[in-house]
Design a protein around this ligand. Structure first.
Ligand SMILES: NC(=O)c1ccc[n+]([C@@H]2O[C@H](COP(=O)([O-])OP(=O)(O)OC[C@H]3O[C@@H](n4cnc5c(N)ncnc54)[C@H](OP(=O)(O)O)[C@@H]3O)[C@@H](O)[C@H]2O)c1
Length: 275
């Protein structure tokens, strides 16, 4: 049995702890890749306005034959739309493009602290949330100081902070802050886009437990309590990345993998993204 556990968010909404990422899947390939993931058993899809593939994600969800309410769909506000009026219009467009009636989760994709509007943007997301067209709202790539500014200036505590996390960037300070505030952490690039798969420690632990390096890296994230959504357009890998719930890593394995941290990002530091 390979049942994916749910994480309960701070507003009571449940999110499957394992999902399917769609960054850099070209629109022409997205419907098929998403349908493959849904067929294998994934029930959580992560997309974004920036990825340019919301229409195809929505098409796959509609074509899957599954009940809309059984699939958790996330999208994210693109960087040019931090003005509250733009955020409202962009959310409306996401709903049209996805064609799914409502979204399960909507995130501010990057804080763009240099532009300095994210608290106002967050208030627009609060209004959207109150309108009932999204079940939860959150942020992505926010540092603790950004989260503090949101929580000081608004009412709704973000349900999620989606940040880059993998064995070379374990992000324990941001994760601990999220936990203290009741915010769930989502780990993007959970296999560091493939970089951690040849790490000798991960390869050795994979051999010890009879699993693949990708499964070990993903299982490490899950046992630390994070939500993950690896991306692959390769069916065998999409299947491999789903096989995470019939084995466990020991506490010693988890500690050894965490010790691989070298604060190495595959993407930009949040303070570098301003537009
Ligand atoms: N909020 C943000 O700013 C942000 C930023 C980046 C990503 N994300 C989200 O997080 C998701 C995951 O991150 P990511 O796509 O950047 O990186 P990732 O999931 O860490 O890595 C994806 C890469 O690894 C390969 N891969 C996947 N499974 C594999 C396996 N079992 N064995 C070997 N190689 C494997 C894929 O290749 P193939 O596809 O060729 O098989 C692809 O090149 C994204 O898709 C997106 O939804 C969010």
């Amino acid at each position: 049995m390979n049942a994916v556990p749910d994480i309960t968010l701070n507003n009571g909404v449940k999110i499957p702890q394992l999902g399917f990422g769609t960054f850099q899947i070209p629109p022409a390939d997205t419907r098929e890749a998403t349908l493959t993931a849904l067929e294998i058993g994934y029930r959580h899809i992560d997309t974004a306005q920036m990825y340019g593939n919301e229409k195809e994600v929505g098409q796959a969800v509609r074509d899957s034959g599954l009940d809309r309410d059984d699939i958790f769909v996330t999208s994210k506000l693109n960087n040019p739309f931090h003005d509250p009026a733009d955020a409202h219009a962009a959310f409306d467009q996401s709903l049209v493009d996805l064609g799914l009636g409502h979204l399960d989760l909507f995130l501010i994709h990057w804080p763009q602290a240099g532009i300095g509007k994210f608290v106002e943007t967050w208030k627009a997301l609060e209004e959207i949330y109150r309108s009932g067209r999204v079940r939860a709202i959150g942020v992505s790539n926010f540092q603790p100081n950004h989260l503090r500014r949101i929580m000081d200036g608004s009412v709704v505590v973000p349900a999620i902070n989606q940040i880059e996390v993998h064995p070379y960037l374990i992000q324990d300070e941001v994760r601990a802050f999220d936990t203290e505030q009741g915010i769930a952490t989502e780990a993007w690039a959970p296999i560091a886009k493939g970089k951690v798969l040849t790490d000798p420690v991960i390869v050795r632990i994979a051999n010890d437990v009879g699993r693949t390096p990708a499964q070990v890296a993903l299982r490490w994230a899950l046992q630390r309590g994070d939500i993950v959504f690896p991306k692959s357009v390769t069916r065998a890998r999409v299947e491999e990345n789903f096989g995470l719930f019939d084995f466990e890593l020991s506490d010693a394995d988890i500690a050894e993998i965490s010790a691989l941290n070298r604060d190495e990002r595959t993407g930009p530091h949040p303070d570098q993204v301003n537009g």
